[in-house]
Ligand binder design. Structure first.
Ligand code: LLP
Length: 419
C-alpha cells in the first residue's frame, strides 16, 4: 500500500499534486512519500513480532537520501552500509554508529579504519582474510571489532541472475562447508569479537522457499558452532524480500516472510538481524517524467520521455518492469513503447505495453522507483543528476538538488599540455 493516489483526477503524493512538484522543480524528478516509508517500516517491524529479539538495519544502498535515512532513523532503524560513504550518510542522518552494520565484499583498510573510529556496531566479514586484516587494525587501536561471518549457503534465490548472491559461484561470503573452521580461527583473534553469522541470498525475492532453506542451513551451522563451544548471539538474515512492480501482481509480503522466519528462528536464542531495503523504500517513491513527444514506430508508437536509463537504470540493467501511469489520466489507453532520450536501445522502459494515453507535454510516473532508483542514477550523455523531493502530508521539499552538467563540467580540467 502506498500514498500515491489520484485526487480530483491528478496523481498526488499524499496531499501534494505531482503536477505542482513538476511545475516547481522540473522533470525528471523522484518523489518520495514520508507516510509510505513510515508505513512500510512499521509493517516490516510488526511482521517480525514473532521473534523474541530483533535488530533492523535499513539497506542504505536501496535509497541513501539523507531525508529518507532520517525518516527511518526516527522509526528506530539502524543501517546496513557497504562503503564508508554510506556509513557517513547514516551517521549524518542520526543513526548511531552502534546500530550500523558494515556489509560489502571489498571493504578497504581505510574504510574499516574509519568504521572502527566511528564505533560501528558490526562488521559482516566476507572472508577470513578480511577478518584477519580487521583484527589487526582493531588491535592496533586497542579495540575489538564486533563481527559476524557471512556465509554463502549455496541456495538459488530464484531471482534475476544479476541480483542473486547466495549460489556457490557468487562472490559473496565464505563457503558453507569451510565456515566452521574459519569461524573458529577468527574467534581466536584478539582484535575480533565474533558474535554470529550473516547470510543474504539475493534481492527482489518472490518465493520464500529458497530463503527458508538458507535460514535452515544457517540454523544448522549455528548449532554446529555451538557444539564446538563457540558463542553465537546474533544471526543476520540480510534483506531481499521482493515487492510487486506490476499492478495486480501478488508476492509474499512482510507478514508471510515474518511467519516463515519465526517458524525457523524463533528458538535460536539469538538477536535476529535484518537488512531490508526495497521492501521499505521501493513503493515509497515514483519517478515523475514529462513526455517530450510521441513518434510513430514500425509496430507501436514511441513515447519519448525526459527520464532515461541514467535516471532509472533498472529496466536497462535487469529488464525490470516499472508501471507507467499518466499524472492526469483521461481514461483512454494506447499500446506504445516508452523510451528515454539516451542514444542506445537499452534506454527502453516498456515495449508494446498498454499504457495510459499520453501526448507531448503530459506528465507521467514510473512507479515503485523508491528503491535502486536515484541511488543508481548517473550523468551519462551529460545529463543532469536527477533531483529528489520528499512529501509529508501537505508539505514537500527538495531533498536532493538537480546537479547540472555545468557543475560537473566545472570539475574537469584541460591539462596545460593540451592547451
Ligand atoms: N543486505 C545485503 C548484504 C545486500 O547485498 C542487499 C542488496 C540488501 C541487504 C538489501 O536487499 P533488498 O532488501 O533491497 O532486496 N540494484 C538491484 C538490487 C541490488 C541489491 C543488492 N544488495 C535492483 O535494482 O534490483
Amino acid at each position: 500500500m502506498d500514498y500515491f493516489q489520484l485526487k480530483d483526477g491528478v496523481l498526488h503524493a499524499e496531499n501534494v499534486s505531482l503536477a505542482a512538484i513538476a511545475e516547481a522543480v522540473g522533470t525528471p524528478v523522484y518523489v518520495y512519500s514520508r507516510a509510505t516509508l513510515e508505513r512500510h517500516a512499521r509493517v516490516f517491524r510488526e511482521a517480525l513480532s514473532g521473534l523474541p529479539s530483533i535488530h533492523l538495519a535499513f539497506a542504505v544502498k536501496s535509497n541513501p537520501n539523507l531525508a529518507v535515512l532520517r525518516v527511518l532513523a526516527r522509526e528506530g532503524y539502524g543501517a546496513d552500509v557497504v562503503s564508508a560513504g554510506e556509513m557517513h550518510r547514516a551517521l549524518a542522518a542520526g543513526i548511531a554508529g552502534s546500530d550500523i552494520v558494515f556489509s560489502g565484499v571489498g571493504k578497504t583498510a581505510r574504510e574499516m579504519t574509519e568504521a572502527l573510529d566511528a564505533g560501528l556496531g558490526q562488521f559482516n566479514l566476507e572472508s577470513e582474510e578480511e577478518g584477519v586484516e580487521l583484527a589487526a587494525l582493531a588491535a592496533a587501536r586497542g579495540v575489538r571489532a564486533v563481527a559476524t561471518l557471512r556465509v554463502n549457503p549455496d541456495v538459488d534465490a530464484r531471482t534475476h541472475a544479476k541480483i542473486s548472491t547466495g549460489k556457490a559461484e557468487n562472490k559473496f561470503g565464505v563457503a558453507y562447508d569451510a565456515a566452521p573452521a574459519i569461524y573458529a580461527r577468527l574467534c581466536a583473534l584478539d582484535g575480533l569479537e565474533m558474535r554470529g553469522l550473516a547470510v543474504h541470498i539475493g534481492s527482489q525475492i518472490g518465493d520464500l522457499e529458497p530463503s527458508r532453506q538458507a535460514f535452515l542451513k544457517m540454523g544448522a551451522l549455528m548449532e554446529s558452532l555451538r557444539s564446538q563451544g563457540l558463542e553465537v548471539t546474533h544471526m543476520d538474515l540480510g534483506g531481499g524480500l521482493g515487492v510487486p512492480y506490476r499492478s495486480g501482481e501478488s508476492l509474499p509480503g512482510p507478514a508471510e516472510y515474518g511467519a516463515m522466519v519465526a517458524s525457523v528462528a524463533r528458538d535460536w536464542g539469538v538477536t535476529v538481524m535484518f537488512e531490508p531495503g526495497r521492501v521499505i523504500s521501493g513503493n515509497s517513491g515514483v519517478l515523475v517524467t514529462e513526455v517530450i513527444r510521441v513518434k510513430p514506430g514500425a509496430i507501436n508508437p514511441f513515447v519519448v520521455v525526459d527520464a532515461a536509463m541514467n535516471d532509472l537504470a533498472r529496466p536497462a540493467m535487469y529488464d525490470a518492469w516499472h508501471d507507467f501511469a499518466a499524472v492526469t489520466p483521461t481514461g483512454e489507453t494506447m499500446i506504445a513503447n516508452v523510451v528515454g532520450p539516451i542514444c542506445e536501445s537499452s534506454d527502453t522502459f516498456a515495449m508494446g505495453r498498454e499504457i495510459d494515453a499520453v501526448k507531448a507535454g503530459d506528465l507521467a510516473v514510473f512507479r515503485t522507483a523508491g528503491a535502486y532508483g536515484a541511488t543508481m542514477a548517473n550523468t551519462y550523455n551529460s545529463r543532469p543528476l536527477v533531483p529528489e523531493v520528499m512529501v509529508d502530508g501537505d508539505k514537500w521539499s527538495v531533498v536532493a538538488e538537480r546537479i547540472e552538467p555545468a557543475a560537473i563540467l566545472a570539475t574537469e580540467r584541460v591539462p596545460e599540455w593540451l592547451e
